[in-house]
Each structure stands twice: as structure tokens, then as C-alpha cells.
Write a protein that binds this ligand. Structure first.
Ligand code: ADP
Length: 477
């Protein structure tokens, strides 16, 4: 069975889930329908009828004594198909009467009339509604009664009577209908869930396939889009991740190429100078010392390179626990600059430092010094003939900005986003004498971000660069 099939059929599959949701939904609707249509229909019907008859009764009572009363009484008994009587105190029918009734003197049945009176007197309102069963009819009737007050003579009673027709046959029809509806909705929900889950899962399956390709190292995979928003977002995120992976893979490859080149040059030099001492200059102390010095310098270069590489991994793991302390950024920068005095004294560099406002802050002193060190180191490394370097600091209540300006080679606009990446080295030319690992700026960025600050660069080729970072002072009391 293919992976896709398994996913469509499994208990955890989208199809199964959708199917269960649809089934539950259909079942709930069916249960509600059954309850309303079958179980409660009798009491619904009864309540409805009762309310209807109560309304008619109360309307008539309100109209009693006016001219419309008799007309309304006639209308209602015809249109609603109910029996309306007006009775006197003895249960005798006063209305409606035809000529023959003057002789017959129709009356309400004794038992019915006494029940009527009882109900009426027990009622707290001035009317009553109750049901009465009739064995002969095999049905119930709803009776409404109210007192019609006369100004002259004894009061009359309004007596309304309607039969509650049995609705069993209707219920049976409904039952059959519901059964059909239930079956149809089961089939429909099954089909719909299958259709929907296919529509929903097809893009997921396709994206999974692409992601698998990515896992196997294929960076040219495409994530299918265009089905629905959520999938589009997922595809975008994965494409972005692929781009990043691809970039870091390229950078890693470049780094290895660079680093092997950078390792190889000093190693070759060390080896050849060693051989020279062994074969030629061994006895000539002056020459030997010169050669030994070159070996020592090259070894230093190598160990700096290795330190750089170690630093990055170390700092990244250490950054999780910054050692926060209060210190002055200006003082620290001055300390860092002391380490570059060689360049000022011997190589003609002119480094100035100025500050404005408060420069005290709480942060990891050592790491921030390392960031400053890297920036100064770069400024020196990438300076050309103009060897001025200007460091400025500006502090306000919340933040301190540090910036370092050089008049060196500058950086192309397109490159400015990449220089912060680990292993990225500008220019890609190995003809430059500078040995760098492409780690310096990535460390600066990592350190500043760990302090919740930002970094940036403004630069144009040939004119020099300004690297800056802003750190929160964290001094709010
Ligand atoms: P590297 O070890 O190569 O100096 P960095 O991460 O410190 O590595 O810098 C990355 C790249 O950014 C450098 O290779 C260089 O091209 C560019 N860069 C950094 N600082 C400067 C600067 N002050 N002037 C010009 N280019 C710079």
C-alpha cells in the first residue's frame, strides 16, 4: 500500500477525521429532527392548539358587550372550525340558538358543565383552558372557559371546544421521511468527507514529498501552491527555509574552500622554512632566526584562525547565559583600542574616539568587547591608504549607539546583507592578503542580538564604511 493510501485510510487520517466530524454533525441534526418531529410532536401540537384557543377566547371576552362581538364570534367559529357556545348559569346554551332550540332547550352535559365550573373557579385568571378526553370519540378536546359579565342579570359563560385530532398518521409519514433523509445524509456526508479530504490532503501529500526531497539535500525542490491559503503559507515558509538552507550550504562550501586555502598557505610556508633550516640555514644563526620567526608568525596566523572558528561555536553556546554587569562602553572601547596600538604606532593608523551622553549600560562586558574588537579589526583590515578610523558613541536614556567609520574599500550594496552571515567573506577573491574566516561580523551580530540590540552598516565602495550597533542600556529603575 502506498504511503498516500495509508494516510487516507488510517484512523488519524484527514479523511477519517472529516468523516467522523460529518457523521457526528449529521447525527446531531437527525436526533434533533427526530426529537422535534416524532417524540415531542404531540405536546407541540397540543400547546399550539391550546395557545390558539386561549387567544381566541381572550379576544372574544375583550369584545363582549361591543357591537363586533357577535360578528367576531361567527367568524371565528367558521374560520377556525371550533365550537363556540355561550352558556347561562345552569349550563343552558344561550348562543347559538336556532328556532327549534327554543323548544329543545339544549344544555351542556351535566358532568361536562360541572367540570367546566370547577376548572373556572379554580383558575387564578378569569379564564381557564383544560383538556378533556372522550371515550366515544377516542380523542381529546381542548376546552376554554371564561366569565362574560353582564351589567343586568346573571353572568354568562364563554365555552369554546375544539377537538385535538390524532396525528399518528402524520407522525408515520414523517418517520418514513426522516429515515430516508437519514440515509441520504449518511451517504452524502461520506461522499463529501472523501471529496473534501482528498482536496485538502492532496497538496499536503505533495508538499510532504517535496520536503522529503529537501531532507535528502535537493535544494531545487518546489513546493506546490495555489490550493488554499494555509497551504500557500506553509509552501512559502518551506521555500524560505530551503533558500536559507541553500545559502548556508553555499556559505559552508565557500568557507571550507577559504579555510583550506588559508590553512594551506601558512602550512606550506612553515614546511618550506623548516626544510630550509634543516638543509641550508641551520648553521647561519641570523638566517635561521629569520626563518624561525617566519615559522612563528605563520603559526600565530594559524592559531588565530582556529581561535576564530572556535570562538563562534563557543560564543553561540555561551550566549544562552550572558554574564550581565554594569560597565561603561567608552571605557571598554578604550581598553580594546589598546590592543591595536601596534597599528597606530607602526602602520600609520589614526584611531579617534568620541562620545556624547551617557555610555554606561548593563550587558556582558567580555562579549561586547569582543564585538568591538572584531569591528576595529575589520576597519583596520579593510582600510586602504586613508588610515583614519573614527569611533563614536551616543547615549540616551534607553540606548547607546556605537559606530565605527573607516575610509577603506567599502562594501557593495548587494553584499551588505550577506556580510553578517557566518563564513561569508566579501569579494570572494583569494588574491587579497587578508586572512579572515568570515566569522567576525556574524559574531558581532550574534552578540548584539543576544542583548536585544540591532546592528547595521552604511557603506559605498571606495568611500569606506560605517558599522554600527545599538544596545539597550537596561538601566531602568
Ligand atoms: P572576515 O574574516 O572576512 O573579515 P567578517 O565576518 O568580519 O569576516 O566580514 C565579512 C566580510 O565583510 C568581509 O570579508 C568583508 O568583505 C566585509 N567587511 C567587513 N568589514 C568591512 C569593512 N570595514 N570594510 C569593508 N568590508 C568589510
Amino acid at each position: 500500500m502506498s504511503d498516500g493510501m495509508k494516510k487516507v485510510l488510517g484512523v488519524k487520517s484527514l479523511n477519517f477525521k472529516l468523516w467522523t466530524y460529518f457523521m457526528t454533525f449529521a447525527a446531531i441534526i437527525m436526533i434533533i429532527l427526530w426529537l422535534l418531529q416524532i417524540v415531542f410532536i404531540n405536546s407541540f401540537y397540543k400547546t399550539m392548539k391550546t395557545n390558539e384557543i386561549k387567544k381566541i377566547g381572550n379576544q372574544l371576552v375583550a369584545l363582549y358587550g361591543t357591537e363586533e362581538f357577535e360578528q367576531e364570534l361567527l367568524d371565528k367559529s367558521f374560520s377556525e372550525g371550533i365550537v363556540i357556545n355561550i352558556l347561562n348559569q345552569d349550563g343552558g346554551v344561550v348562543y347559538p340558538l336556532d328556532i327549534m332550540d327554543f323548544i329543545r332547550r339544549p344544555r351542556l352535559q351535566e358532568s361536562a358543565f360541572s367540570q367546566f365550573l370547577n376548572q373556572l373557579y379554580m383558575s387564578e385568571d378569569n379564564f381557564t383552558v383544560y383538556t378533556r378526553s372522550h371515550e366515544s370519540l377516542d380523542a381529546e378536546t381542548i376546552v376554554y372557559g371564561a366569565v362574560l359579565e353582564n351589567r343586568v342579570g346573571p353572568n354568562y359563560f364563554l365555552f369554546i371546544n375544539t377537538i385535538l385530532e390524532p396525528i399518528d398518521s402524520t407522525v408515520n409519514v414523517l418517520k418514513n421521511q426522516l429515515l430516508v433523509i437519514t440515509l441520504i445524509s449518511l451517504v452524502l456526508s461520506m461522499g463529501l468527507s472523501l471529496f473534501l479530504s482528498n482536496r485538502l490532503s492532496a497538496p499536503i501529500i505533495s508538499i510532504t514529498r517535496s520536503a522529503k526531497g529537501l531532507g535528502e539535500g535537493r535544494y531545487d525542490v518546489e513546493f506546490r501552491k495555489g490550493d488554499y491559503q494555509e497551504i500557500d503559507n506553509l509552501a512559502d515558509t518551506l521555500s524560505q527555509a530551503t533558500k536559507e538552507l541553500k545559502k548556508s550550504e553555499e556559505l559552508r562550501r565557500d568557507f571550507i574552500a577559504n579555510i583550506t586555502h588559508d590553512l594551506k598557505t601558512p602550512l606550506t610556508l612553515i614546511k618550506s622554512y623548516g626544510e630550509m633550516i634543516r638543509d641550508i640555514s641551520g648553521d647561519n644563526i641570523q638566517k635561521r632566526d629569520e626563518h624561525l620567526n617566519t615559522i612563528i608568525q605563520e603559526t600565530d596566523k594559524l592559531s588565530r584562525l582556529v581561535d576564530d572558528m572556535l570562538d563562534l561555536t563557543k560564543i553561540q553556546s555561551e550566549l544562552r547565559e550572558l554574564k550581565m554587569e554594569e560597565f561603561d562602553l567608552r571605557n571598554e572601547s578604550e581598553h580594546v583600542l589598546e590592543r591595536f596600538s601596534y597599528f597606530v604606532e607602526n602602520e600609520g593608523f589614526e584611531i579617534t574616539l568620541s562620545s556624547e551622553g551617557e555610555t554606561g549600560l548593563i550587558g556582558d562586558k567580555l562579549k561586547i568587547s569582543q564585538a568591538i574588537y572584531n569591528l576595529v579589526n575589520n576597519a583596520i583590515n579593510y582600510s586602504l591608504d586613508d588610515k583614519r578610523i573614527e569611533i563614536k558613541m551616543e547615549g540616551n536614556l534607553d540606548e547607546v549607539k556605537f559606530s565605527i567609520k573607516d575610509y577603506g574599500q567599502g562594501i557593495h550594496k548587494e553584499e551588505q546583507d550577506y556580510i553578517w552571515e557566518r563564513y561569508y567573506r566579501g569579494g570572494k577573491s583569494h588574491t587579497r592578503q587578508k586572512t579572515g574566516s568570515g566569522i567576525g561580523l556574524s559574531l558581532v551580530k550574534t552578540i548584539v542580538l543576544a542583548h536585544k540590540g540591532h546592528v547595521g552598516v552604511e557603506s559605498s565602495p571606495g568611500e569606506g564604511s560605517i558599522f554600527w550597533f545599538i544596545l539597550p542600556r537596561n538601566l531602568k529603575e
